[in-house]
Ligand binder design. Structure first.
Ligand code: PMP
Length: 375
C-alpha cells in the first residue's frame, strides 16, 4: 500500500507538506524547521545487560526544537488550521489542554507566528514545563489533577470554558484532531523508516515498536505508517503500548501516578487501541519507570524523561515475555522504543533526586574530600 492509503485519505493539499525531509540542509528558516528530525540511537549497554541479541533502539525526541515528540503535532495542527483559515494572525487565541509538551510545542509555534496562547495544565505537571511555557509568552492555568476529564474543573473543561468566553479563541484539540496521529504517520514513522533504510543493519524492518500512550497519537500514527508501508510477505510488526497503572487505556481503574504525559481516565478519539494498530498493552509502575529512566541516562547517556523510562521498562518486559523472546534472541530483529521527552523537564521533581544520586561514587567522593580537606 502507498502512503496515501486508508489512514491518510481525505487530506487534500496537506500531503504536499509531507514530502520526506530527513535531515537538515543548509540554513533553517525558523525553529519550526527544527521540529522533529530526531536520531534513532542504539541502546547497546541495556540490551547487553538484559541478554538481548536484537537491535534495541530509542527514538530520541528530546532533540526536537521544543524538547518533545509533541512539537510535531503542534506544528502540524497549527499549520493545518492556518491553511483552513481557522487561525488569523494578530487575532486568534490558541487554547489547549495538555500535560505540558503539546503546550510547549504550541507556544513555540505561537511565539514564532504571532498568536496568543493559553495552556490549561493539570497541577501535577512539572514546574519546568510551566516556566518554559511562560518564557515562550503563553498564559498558564493550572487545574486539579484529580478532576475527571469531563468535569468543568478539568484541564479540558477549563479550556472549553475559556474558549467560549474569549473572542477568536480556538482549541486545536489534540485528543480529536486527525493531524495529531497524521503528524506521526508522516514524520516520526518516516524518519524511523529512513534511519533503518540508510543504516548498515542487516534487516531494515521493525519487528517490535514500543510507545507510551497519552492521546495515543504517537502510537496510532506510527503504527499506521508501518502497516501502510508493509508489503505482502513482509514480517508483521508487533506494536506494544505502554500505560501506567492508574490509567484506564490499557485496562484497570483510574488512580494516581507520577509519570507525566501518558495515561488517561478516558479514551481519546485519536487513539486506536486495538489490533492491528495496537497489539498489546503493558502496564507499568512509577518505580520501574524511574529506575529505567536512570538507566537510560546513566548507561546510554540519553537525557530522557520519565515516560521514556516507562516505555523502556515496557519494552524490556515484553522482550522477556513468552511472546517477545523470539525477537529478543534474533540478532537481526529491530526493536524501536519511542523516548518522548527530556529529563530537563523534570529536574524539580522528587523522583529526579534519586535519578541523580550515585552510591557507587561514595568512596571516590570521600577520597576527594580527604585530599581537599573538606567536610
Ligand atoms: N510522554 C510524554 C512526556 C508526553 O508529554 C506525551 C504526550 N502527552 C506522551 C508521552 C504520549 O504521547 P501521545 O499523546 O502521542 O500518546
Amino acid at each position: 500500500m502507498s502512503a496515501q492509503s486508508s489512514s491518510a485519505q481525505g487530506l487534500g493539499n496537506s500531503e504536499r507538506q509531507d514530502a520526506p525531509q530527513h535531515h537538515w540542509h543548509g540554513v533553517l528558516d525558523s525553529a519550526m524547521d527544527a521540529v522533529g528530525h530526531t536520531p534513532l540511537i542504539r541502546l547497546q549497554t541495556i540490551a547487553r545487560e538484559e541478554g538481548f541479541k536484537c537491535n534495541l533502539m530509542g527514538k530520541c525526541e528530546f532533540f526536537s526544537a521544543g524538547g518533545s515528540v509533541k512539537d510535531r503535532i503542534a506544528k502540524r495542527m497549527v499549520e493545518q488550521a492556518e491553511r483552513d483559515g481557522k487561525l488569523v494572525k494578530g487575532q486568534s487565541v490558541v487554547i489547549e489542554p495538555t500535560s505540558g509538551n503539546t503546550g510547549i510545542g504550541l507556544a513555540l509555534a505561537c511565539a514564532i507566528k504571532g498568536y496568543k496562547c493559553i495552556i490549561t495544565l493539570p497541577a501535577k505537571m512539572s514546574l519546568e514545563k510551566e516556566v518554559m511555557l511562560r518564557a515562550l509568552g503563553a498564559e498558564i492555568v493550572r487545574t486539579p489533577t484529580e478532576a475527571a476529564w469531563d468535569s468543568p474543573e478539568s484541564h479540558i473543561g477549563v479550556a472549553k470554558k475559556l474558549r467560549d468566553s474569549i473572542p477568536h479563541a480556538i482549541i486545536l484539540d489534540q485528543y480529536a484532531n486527525p493531524h495529531n496521529p497524521l503528524a506521526h504517520y508522516y514524520t516520526t514513522y518516516k524518519e524511523i523508516e529512513y534511519a533503518l533504510q540508510t543504516s548498515s543493519l542487516p534487516r531494515k524492518d521493525i519487528s517490535v515498536l514500543v510507545a507510551g500512550a497519552g492521546t495515543g497519537g504517537t502510537i496510532t500514527g506510527i503504527s499506521r505508517g508501518i502497516r501502510d508501508a508493509q508489503k505482502e510477505g513482509d514480517a508483521r510488526t508487533t506494536v506494544v503500548a505502554v500505560d501506567p497503572v492508574g490509567s484506564i487505556l490499557g485496562g484497570g481503574e483510574p488512580g494516581n501516578y507520577q509519570v507525566e504525559g501518558i495515561g488517561y481516565d478516558f479514551f481519546p478519539e485519536v487513539l486506536d487501541p486495538k489490533p492491528p494498530t495496537v497489539d498489546r498493552w503493558i502496564k507499568t509502575e512509577d518505580g520501574e519507570a524511574f529506575a529505567a529512566t536512570k538507566r537510560l541516562i546513566r548507561s546510554e547517556g540519553l537525557f530522557i524523561g520519565g515516560s521514556s523510562g516507562s516505555a523502556l521498562s515496557g519494552a524490556i518486559r515484553y522482550l522477556h515475555s513468552a511472546d517477545g523472546q523470539a525477537v529478543a534472541k534474533d540478532p537481526e530483529a529491530n526493536v524501536v522504543v519511542i523516548l518522548p521527552d527530556g529529563v530537563r523537564n523534570y529536574m524539580s521533581k522528587p523522583w529526579f533526586l534519586d535519578v541523580a544520586a550515585d552510591a557507587s561514587m561514595k568512596e571516590l567522593r570521600d577520597h576527594i574530600r580527604g585530599v581537599l580537606g573538606r567536610e
